[in-house]
Design a protein around this ligand. Structure first.
Ligand code: P6P
Length: 364
């Protein structure tokens, strides 16, 4: 196609996932394709609600004197009946759902009704959901429906993170189907809600990035075969926790902030929203870290539905994801909400960090 003509050969997410299924041949029945399509529909739905919530936030910020009555009118106008910006109640006194709770409901409903899932784990739900027999399928989905949602009032990019296991042979669907190493996941991805919605996905054969074309309502392939640079120039840590960092992390950060080899120091970029920080790391390279420290003994990020999906994507893009001492995807979870240290990014940068842990372990 020439510059001015629109493409007549749109590589949509639906088509790419189907092509992946055809490449795998008759061995697959197409259930994962249908499941991934259900997930992409939830991303479109959540993207719409995030955009509307931002619009309301904007109005409320622009017109702080907007009283409750006008706000209610505004929400009706924007067809937003169930989004609470801070969980307040609406005119009829209904408990309004916060955006992350709403996003969770959207995902649970879509995944259950897809008929392709057996077990669901959500950051928003204390217990796992075991799908009733009538709607039970072959896959288990672990997800954070709206990670970083506390940032939404500041207009910071937030996102949905998900990972997919195939149910174990002979299992009727139980918690043991998701208390497995991340290396047994068959797919993982995230959707980042920012100026546009970006869905980044792996099914174990590389990483593709898609951008939602709101006019078409389709995710279009915009970042085929994402490969993380072998080394970057950016480090992404919350250095507000430096007081609590363990020695290997402190020594590593010193080495890139005050390089002894005459090289220029790294730049610091930290958004405080994992999806945004990881997305930048995948595209630009460098290292993202949320260490375990003297305050957060196991780190802050969740193993099952934050660290595993991001580690799977990072490795598929040619990077490394570690706790400092162990490959994240090799960990076997013992609890669906357990936390872990996370360092991920460019192979050479993460290897530099690992050396400081190896030095400490040798010294002991
Ligand atoms: P801190 C957001 O709350 C989140 O779960 C991740 O998205 C993000 O990487 C991390 O916490 C930020 O934590 O302690 O730096 O604010």
């Amino acid at each position: 196609t020439t510059e001015e003509q629109p493409s007549t050969d749109l590589a949509t997410l639906t088509r790419e996932v189907l092509a992946e299924q055809f490449r795998l041949g008759a061995a697959v029945a197409g259930d994962l394709t249908l499941l991934l399509n259900a997930i992409q529909v939830t991303s479109k739905f959540i993207a719409t609600n995030v955009r509307k919530a931002r619009l309301i936030n904007l109005w409320v910020m622009l017109f702080p004197v907007v009283d409750n009555f006008t706000q209610t009118l505004l929400k009706l106008f924007l067809k937003i009946k169930s989004i609470g910006l801070a969980g307040e109640t609406n005119a009829t006194g209904d408990e309004q759902k916060k955006l992350d709770v709403l996003s969770n409901d959207i995902m649970v409903n879509a995944l259950r009704s897809s008929g392709k899932t057996a077990v669901l784990v959500s950051e928003e739900l204390e217990e796992a959901i075991i799908i009733e027999d009538r709607l039970k399928g072959k896959y288990c989905v672990v997800f954070d429906p709206l990670d970083g949602s506390s940032n939404i009032d500041a207009g910071v990019n937030i996102g949905t993170i998900f990972g997919i296991y195939r149910i174990q042979e002979g299992s009727a669907g139980s918690i043991s189907d998701v208390l497995r190493p991340g290396s047994e996941m068959v797919a993982a991805g995230y959707t980042m809600y920012g100026s546009s919605a970006n869905l980044v996905l792996t099914t174990g054969h590389g990483v593709n990035g898609y951008t939602l074309d709101n006019a078409l309502g389709e995710f279009i392939l915009t970042h085929p075969n994402i490969k993380i640079p072998p080394r970057g120039k950016i480090y992404s840590f919350n250095e507000g926790n430096s007081l609590y960092f363990h020695e290997p992390v402190k020594r590593y950060l010193e080495s890139i902030k005050y390089p002894s080899n005459g090289k220029s120091p790294y730049s610091s970029r930290y958004i405080g929203s994992m999806v945004a920080d990881v997305h930048r790391t995948l595209l630009y390279g460098g290292i993202f870290g949320y260490p375990d420290d003297k305050k957060s003994k196991k780190g802050k990020l969740r193993l099952l539905y934050e660290a595993f999906p991001m580690a799977f994507l990072t490795e598929q893009a040619g990077g490394i994801a570690t706790t400092g001492r162990k490959r994240i995807l090799n960990i076997t979870p013992t609890d669906i909400h357990e936390r872990t240290a996370v360092f991920l990014g460019s192979k050479e940068d993460v290897q530099d960090l690992i050396k400081f842990y190896e030095e400490e372990d040798k010294a002991e």
